[in-house]
Write a protein that binds this ligand. Sequence first.
Ligand code: PEP
Length: 217
Amino acid sequence: MKYIFGNWKSNKNLNGALEWLKDFGKVNSDNEIVLLPAFNLLGAIYEKAREAGFVLGVQDLSSMAAGSYTGAVSAVNLEGMEVKYAILGHSERRHHFGETDQDVANKVERALEAGLVPVVCVDEEYIFSQAAALEQSQLSKCMVAYEPLSAIGTGEEMSVKKVEVVFAQIKKVFGEVKVIYGGSVNPDNVDEYLLVGDGVLVGTASLDAKEFSALSK
Ligand code: PEP
């Protein structure tokens, strides 16, 4: 089984999300199709999404436990919605919000405590530093997404050969973890990436239900 993540980022309002679910219809795949809506949309659509056969995830998670942390979304806030995955350390979080390897490590700890699967996003330059910020015992509990900055949202996907090389580097450092690729994945190139790894993380092409359906085979 492969893993296909659709990251809506901060796109879509409630109507748009409901419309998308209607257009997509039921999941019809042997793969795990994971939807990552914004937190507020997750609360509004999780039942419908699960009924349609999606597995749910979040795009981020507070590095703190539940408590007096205004604006943060903790793992406790997600209870009852059957969320399985937390994408952590996406390059957009690192770049726009100043997240460090240690911040990501703290989030991994919160995710694991809550029984969520952390999907740690890395680019080549910080595979090692990110792994070093994690406890040895946490490494094998992560899924790792290779997300080269040059390929994210640019339409310039990384060559499959290069992706294979980086997957091997990730496994050397993290151990036998599941590895997925993200960066301009679309219905035409998805198969090549699924052949060499465990799945894909899809941004732009997940925003259109028909396009995401075409690659969620
Ligand atoms: C992403 O942001 O994780 C991503 C892979 O985006 P896109 O598919 O648009 O390149």
